[in-house]
Design a binder for this molecule. Structure first.
Ligand SMILES: CC(C)(COP(=O)(O)OP(=O)(O)OC[C@H]1O[C@@H](n2cnc3c(N)ncnc32)[C@H](O)[C@@H]1OP(=O)(O)O)[C@@H](O)C(=O)NCCC(=O)NCCS
Length: 408
């Protein structure tokens, strides 16, 4: 479909919001819309206009937006386009409008010099064709109480938890989120506007718990409790997801607090890190009952800048032969010289390749999630030089699992 695609103007902002809500099947909420506006950069929106579609939504039949994010990558930080509001009106679906939006958006992202794009997908099969790979996963776990004691000797120490209203814990949460981000790949820097949203969305009965050590917050979390009185007795459910800790002692203390609230029968989380340390702290690790959930999808918009912009656990010298059907500027061979202090990734001309792979699979391994050996066994990576897979796996690994916890 050959329609005009351009950023929405100030006057069209509400129509853009309504068009987007409609495609997601959500009612348009004026209050929510006006609260979200500070997070939307209209210059980074894209709207497709169909003059034949009538006056609804000012003729906007497809939308997309991208946030200008700073995202942590292994050992460093990168500019990234945080893709959101991707919609096509039901009357216009499967005529290539999403493809046209992705084309324009990735061209714009490339022109802006943002090496990465990332997104949460409504449906998993949509984005690989545009070069995105699944770059993070999360654990949704639940613990039934009682039975949450720590292995003897791994107690929570002497740190005490303080309870407060979420707004009063804002600076502690923001500080701890930022310190967690410094060591954890795939976390988006949260501006004041993002904290406004997160704290506003915290339900009315949400509480904050803060653990201090050496005069500074070392752990904090938000949680809420859904009451339930079963015939056998109290069975409240405590839900917590925004929990950050920067020392083992504070981590143990904040979780000991959350696991020990009286009358709670079950503790649940929504999207916690894959390497959640609780699994090693619990005397009975099987009590954690984890479910693996999909995380953030990432796309290397500029292979050279993205691979050169992170650090690597071990030294590696690899020629990668990259297939990228949607962004042909990435196609071809790249020489990656990587190490813990940094990396360079330049065009390799006709040098013999060590590995052949698709840009989507580089996206899956970029933050440290997918291992090349597994991608090879899936038939997605070919090794030309024996040992290259092992070299790549040693280098791309990181000591903290990637964790995306800001939903956009
Ligand atoms: C998902 C959505 C944006 C697709 O838009 P669209 O204009 O129909 O997509 P296109 O016509 O450009 O499709 C491009 C390709 O993607 C495929 N595709 C599109 N939506 C898909 C889906 N939900 N699942 C699997 N494949 C999908 C198409 O079949 C087509 O494949 P092809 O190239 O092999 O023919 C649209 O259906 C929509 O608005 N859905 C509801 C909101 C939503 O989920 N948005 C995504 C937010 S992350």
């Amino acid at each position: 479909m050959d329609l005009e695609i351009r950023p929405a103007t100030e006057d069209e902002a509400e129509a853009f919001g309504r068009a987007s809500a409609l495609a997601f099947g959500a009612p348009f909420d004026a209050e929510r819309f006006s609260r979200s506006q500070p997070l939307v950069d209209l210059g980074r929106t894209l709207a497709a206009f169909d003059p034949g579609a009538g006056p609804l939504h000012d003729g906007i039949v497809a939308t997309a937006h991208s946030h200008a994010f700073e995202v942590s990558v292994p050992g460093a930080e990168s500019h990234a386009a945080g893709v959101a509001n991707v919609t096509v009106r039901p009357t216009h679906r499967r005529r290539g409008l999403l493809t046209a939006l992705m084309r324009r958006q990735l061209d714009d992202t490339h022109r802006r010099g943002e090496p990465l794009a990332c997104l949460w997908a409504s449906e998993a099969p949509i984005y690989r064709r545009f070069g995105y790979g699944l770059a993070t996963r999360g654990l949704r776990w639940q613990l039934e109480r009682p039975g949450t004691s720590f292995t003897p000797g791994l107690d929570a120490g002497a740190l005490e938890a303080r309870l407060m209203a979420p707004a009063d814990a804002r600076s502690a949460l923001a500080d701890l989120h930022e310190r967690t981000r410094a060591t954890t790949p795939a976390m988006v820097k949260r501006t004041q506007g993002w904290w406004d949203r997160i704290l506003h969305n915290a339900k009315g009965d949400t509480l904050a718990v803060v653990v201090e050590g050496a005069g500074r917050p070392e752990a904090a979390g938000l949680y809420s409790i859904a009451p339930s009185w079963a015939s056998a007795g109290p069975a409240n459910t405590l839900s917590a997801n925004e929990v950050y800790a920067v020392t083992p002692q504070a981590y143990a203390a904040v979780w000991r607090y959350l696991l020990d609230v009286d009358l709670v029968g079950r503790v649940t989380t929504f999207h916690r890190p894959l390497d959640e340390p609780l699994q090693w702290l619990l005397a009975n690790p099987r009590a954690l009952q984890p479910a693996l959930v999909e995380g953030l999808w990432a796309r290397l918009v500029d292979v050279g800048a993205a691979l050169g912009g992170r650090r690597y656990w071990a030294e590696a010298h690899l020629v990668l032969d990259v297939t990228d059907r949607f962004c042909p500027w990435n196609e071809g061979r790249w020489r990656l010289d990587a190490g813990i202090d940094g990396a360079s990734c330049e065009r390799a001309g006709s040098a013999d390749p060590d590995l052949h792979l698709d840009v989507a699979d580089l996206g899956a391994s970029y933050m440290g999630l997918a291992v090349f050996g597994s991608l090879q066994r899936a038939g997605l990576v070919d090794e030309d030089r024996p040992g290259a897979i092992r070299e790549a796996d040693r280098a791309f690994a990181w000591s903290t699992a990637p964790w995306a916890v800001t939903f956009f």
